[in-house]
Design a protein around this ligand. Sequence first.
Ligand code: NAP
Length: 165
Amino acid sequence: MKKPLVAAIVAMDQQRLIGKDGALPWHLPEDLKRFRQLTSGHIVVMGRKTWESLPPKVRPLPGRLNVVVSRNPAQLSLPEGVISAASPQSALEVASAAAKPDQKVWVIGGAEIYRATLPMCDEVHLTVVQGAHSGDAWLPEFEGDFSLAHEERGEACSFLTYVRP
Ligand SMILES: NC(=O)c1ccc[n+]([C@@H]2O[C@H](COP(=O)([O-])OP(=O)(O)OC[C@H]3O[C@@H](n4cnc5c(N)ncnc54)[C@H](OP(=O)(O)O)[C@@H]3O)[C@@H](O)[C@H]2O)c1
């Protein structure tokens, strides 16, 4: 069977910051809307800390198969239908095996999971948030291994799509 496309989706500021105290450093409805539009109907892969950062009413993220990565998956108490994986690599394998035709595998963070999986991603959907914020989680550089395919201005951010050259 054809392998599904693996795409990362992430929002960073101009200093590459992505997180603060286990949450997002900003509240950007236009970015949340885009996240929902792009990932709905697909499969999302996330680290245990990002899973825990989701507001209870959208945990698991509705309309998506949720895959959570942890070194101790047996200790997680996940709702029915949510899949756990013991490594980022096995999460991508499980997600790819579960993908139906036309479903993408979306890597949705956080920093540790991006670091481990960006080398395996086919695309990166990057939101660049205006200004500098404070926080404690950053996105590693990946742009050198990708080509910028599309750029779109939002109100308080820009949406960039990177693909493999
Ligand atoms: N701006 C954005 O687009 C965006 C997107 C997502 C998240 N975030 C932010 O990023 C921050 C969280 O990022 P983070 O790096 O602290 O955490 P994370 O990547 O969400 O999760 C880290 C956890 O994943 C598991 N893990 C990591 N590497 C693993 C490996 N090799 N094998 C097995 N399990 C592994 C571990 O879980 P166990 O400890 O259970 O073993 C680890 O503690 C939050 O502030 C969040 O809001 C931002």
